[in-house]
Design a protein around this ligand. Structure first.
Ligand code: AMP
Ligand code: MG
Length: 333
């Protein structure tokens, strides 16, 4: 990819990033309908180029096997988390990606510290991990509904008023530790407007194919809209660190949200700059020795070497087969 394309992706991602220390108030500070002057008709081409780039970098990340990428996606209901993941990751080798959706914690998960289930799902070196919801729910749904905190099995004296400040500190410290260990963290907030959520909920009710996506509980959650906006604003204000910044993606237009997510993830991979490992002199010698052995197995080459008449002796096929080695190698790649 040309340097100027890489620069454009970098600039694009930067415009969506929340600088460390910014005080964010929603919906005041970010417009969910923004498209940066882009048109939907141009988006498909840009998205498919972005997806190609992701696929190329993912192969290198896996081969390098030292770094990992963790993508965290948070949003209000119907903002398009699932569709974004499906589209953005469509070109990537499934063996190199793991998507982990986080729902209401199970009894076993409740029996552990809050990070336990997320720790277990972290991407290994060489992998891309996607968290569809994450430990940030501990500062979102749990904060909006104090009854959830009441139900957590923490010792009662740990549920005192400093709990949110401590959770922010614990999360920021944990992320800094992961970054230091070689995991790049990209955090995406899909920013939907209340009106667009209303329209999408109505579509989920009116279109039979979408009924499965809707639950009456979603409308109950919507009644807490302002509390969620405040909680998201606080998350963006207090956990967009230099090590693991948040990005606010305008999500009222699905095509733009997908393009933006692909651009931000591509930008992270470009900055990680994974490389195919270089083969050492010794390993290279071993490869060449193996090549000689494999060539010697060629039935045509063997009959020629032994001086006996082979089945294809006389018509030159054996010779041709060994002369085609270049083609064979490409095919096997
Ligand atoms: P969905 O992603 O729409 O299937 O919904 C998953 C539900 O699980 C949402 O209502 C989340 O708020 C809820 N959830 C996710 N993580 C937690 C958590 N740590 N504590 C309580 N509820 C959670
Ligand atoms: Mg839901």
């Amino acid at each position: 990819m040309a340097d100027q394309d890489l620069d454009r992706i970098r600039e694009f991602a930067k415009t969506l990033r929340v600088p460390h220390g910014t005080r964010v108030k929603l919906p005041r500070d970010y417009d969910p309908d923004d498209t940066q002057g882009l048109k939907e008709k141009d988006a498909a081409e840009l998205l498919s180029r972005g997806i190609e780039l992701l696929s190329d970098y993912q192969a290198r990340l896996a081969a390098q096997d030292t770094q990992a990428l963790l993508v965290i996606i948070q949003a209000i209901d119907a903002a398009g988390k699932d569709g974004t993941i499906r589209h953005v990751m469509s070109g990537v080798n499934p063996q190199g990606v793991r998507v982990s959706p986080f729902k209401v914690p199970s009894a076993e998960e409740m029996d552990h510290d809050f990070m336990w289930r997320y720790q277990k799902a972290l991407p290994a070196r060489g992998m891309i991990g996607i968290f569809n919801r994450s430990y940030y729910e501990e500062l979102l749904v749990v904060r909006v509904h104090p009854s959830i905190l009441d139900g957590q099995k923490l010792p009662p004296d740990r549920k005192n008023t400093g709990i949110w400040t401590r959770r922010f500190r614990q999360i920021n410290d944990w992320e800094a530790y992961l970054v230091d260990q070689g995991t790049t963290i990209v955090k995406l907030f899909l920013n939907l407007s209340k009106e667009e959520q209303r329209r999408r909920f109505l579509a989920r009710i009116d279109e039979p194919d979408k009924n499965w996506k809707f639950s009456a509980a979603d409308v109950k959650e919507r009644a807490h809209w302002d509390a969620y906006q405040a909680a998201f604003g606080d998350v963006l204000s207090r956990s967009s660190t230099a090590a693991a910044p948040w990005h606010v993606i305008p999500a009222d237009n699905k095509w733009f949200a997908r393009l933006a997510a692909a651009g931000i993830i591509a930008d992270a991979l470009i900055r990680m700059d994974p490389q195919f490992p270089e083969v050492s002199g010794e390993a290279r010698d071993a490869l060449l020795a193996a090549r000689v052995e494999l060539l010697a197995e060629d039935p045509g080459a063997r009959s020629l070497a032994s001086g006996r008449s082979g089945p294809d002796d006389g018509d030159g096929k054996g010779r041709k087969a060994s002369a085609k080695k270049g083609k064979g190698r490409r095919k096997g790649k």
